[in-house]
Design a binder for this molecule. Structure first.
Ligand code: HEM
Length: 494
């Protein structure tokens, strides 16, 4: 009894001292003595009186800044929307701007040594291997067949069933998250979670994966990492839940890998089968594949969700997409777009790019400076500072996109009737430079085919098209509360 009491006393004393220590470190790091307007507004959250999202406030500040760069002293965070700075960080002086240990720690329990979460040689090795695989024709055909199957057997039937129940409302974001989760799991693991089956089941893998990524993102919001690290140490609250959900994700991945080691690589060319040949360490293999799930799931769902909001606001764009597809694919709806068709669907590609300009799935992306440096616009970067480039703000900058920067105009991407890409440093939606997204072409293929399959068959009307989207904090832009929409069939020849 006495021993137990002493242990409790020691435990609480230790926790109290550690918490005080964390708090003082946090206060020191916050540099509360900075009373500049921006830091004061950040600390008081007074920005929230005028702006719906933190990203909207940053956009406002970045527009006003003559260099397109601001400094949030209290967070030791430089934020930039200046394309020259972006190019410098992610290409010219890439080695000085790794993701850094702070980021890796946040996602480390879920992603381990997976590509998304590492720097240096470990990243270089996976990057080389993954770029070779993703560039191959067989894996691109596999990706296409996964997406086509998911659309034909689940996405279109689901929309049809809602359209048949006149007046029923569906949550576009939820449906696109299910669609992209099934697709990325089949593509990476050859595993079908079936989350877009008609009953919309909640699969264990999906809920565990969702909870893990949400709770990891919440770690990033903690005032200091010491808070979540302490909770993890004592297995408390959200950290306990995180540990349990990561265990489920890893157990499922391990099972698939174990079975696959026995049966041999699958003939359908999923990523796991491709990587199995070069990697014998199964934990490492699992980390790599889980990174792909994280990278390829919410991003696609987020892009499709905001695309359908913008289409609801801009019916003329919908008409132009339909006209173009009728011209390229004919007016009957017996097949989905093929690779060949996609090459000619310039306006559709332009509309998707334009949508992600205004609503990039990854709204901002941070690196940590290894050494003191000076950005091209003259901003001094002290070693260890966090440097963030901000695609959301960049898409809304007049100095980059002109006076109509806030308007949804797919034609700004068209020259002589063809889609013309912009510089990745002006439009870093897929990052760009040395670490450009590896799933860029795959995601564009998936989003073009899926969105077109719906646009041609249905009228999709967001219930409240004039709303300002409110995003929940997280790694990817998620609309808080989802995006309800009404679906009706179009009268078209079958
Ligand atoms: C609209 C869809 C997508 C967008 C906007 C997007 C955007 C991005 C961005 C901004 C990054 C850089 C993140 C960082 O380094 O902090 C990234 C990295 C990555 N993306 Fe995507 N992504 C999309 C879809 C996909 C898909 C479908 C896949 C999988 C097939 C994928 C695989 C990856 C991988 C593996 C990386 C890490 C690359 C590296 O670190 O070298 N992405 N993506």
């Amino acid at each position: 009894m006495e021993l137990q009491a002493s242990f409790c006393f020691l435990f609480f004393t230790f926790t109290a001292v550690f918490s005080l220590f964390s708090l003082s470190l946090f206060i020191l790091r916050l540099k509360p003595c900075c009373n500049c307007d921006v830091c004061t507004a950040f600390i008081n959250r007074s920005w929230a009186a005028e702006f719906v999202n933190l990203s909207d406030w940053y956009t406002h500040l970045l527009r006003k800044s003559p260099t397109g760069t601001i400094h949030l002293h209290v967070l030791n965070n430089i934020i930039t929307a200046n394309p020259d700075n972006v190019e410098y960080m992610i290409k010219t002086n890439f080695d000085n701007y790794p993701k850094g240990k702070a980021f890796s720690a946040i996602l480390g329990d879920l992603l381990g040594r997976g590509i998304f979460n590492v720097d240096g040689n470990c990243w270089r090795f996976q990057r080389k291997m993954a770029s070779l695989e993703l560039g191959s024709l067989s894996i691109r055909s596999h990706a296409l067949s996964v997406v086509v199957e998911e659309i034909e057997s689940r996405l279109i039937p689901f929309f049809s069933s809602v359209a048949d129940k006149d007046g029923d409302v569906l949550d576009l974001q939820d449906i696109f998250r299910r669609f992209s989760f099934d697709s990325i799991c089949k593509f990476s693991f050859g595993l079908d979670p079936g989350s877009l089956k008609p009953s919309l089941p909640v699969s264990d893998l999906e809920s565990a994966f969702d909870l893990s990524s949400k709770l990891c993102a919440e770690r990033g919001l903690a005032p200091t990492p010491l808070v979540w690290k302490m909770k993890r140490l004592f297995n408390l609250g959200s950290e306990k839940k995180l540990k349990e959900s990561i265990k489920i994700v890893k157990r499922m991945a391990d099972q698939v890998i174990k079975t696959r080691r026995v049966t041999g690589p699958s003939s359908n060319n999923d990523l796991l089968s491709r990587f199995m040949g070069s990697i014998s360490d199964d934990d490492y293999l699992r980390d790599i594949v889980i990174s792909f799930l994280l990278a390829g799931r919410d991003t696609v769902a987020s892009a499709l969700t905001s695309f359908f909001l913008l289409l609801s606001q801009n019916p003329k764009v919908v008409e132009k997409i339909r006209e173009e597809s009728d011209r390229v694919m004919g007016t009957t709806l017996d097949t989905l777009a093929s690779f060949g068709d996609l090459r000619h669907l310039h306006y559709l590609r332009a509309a998707l790019h334009e949508s992600m300009r205004l609503y990039p799935p990854v709204q901002f992306d941070s690196k940590f400076a290894e050494q003191d440096d000076v950005l091209p616009d003259g901003t001094f970067v002290r070693r260890g500072s966090r440097v963030t480039y901000h695609p959301y703000a960049m898409g809304r900058m007049e100095r980059i996109w002109g006076p109509d920067s806030l308007e949804f105009k797919p034609d700004r991407w068209i020259r002589d009737g063809m889609f013309k890409p912009e510089s990745a440093y002006k439009y870093p939606v897929y990052q760009g430079g040395v670490r450009v997204c590896l799933g860029k072409e795959m995601s564009l293929m998936e989003m073009q085919i899926a969105s077109l399959s719906l646009i041609r068959r249905f009228d999709v009307r967001v219930v409240n098209p004039s709303q300002t989207l409110r995003f929940s904090p997280g790694l990817t832009a998620n609309v808080s509360g989802g995006l309800p929409a009404v679906v009706r069939r179009r009268d078209v020849p079958e």
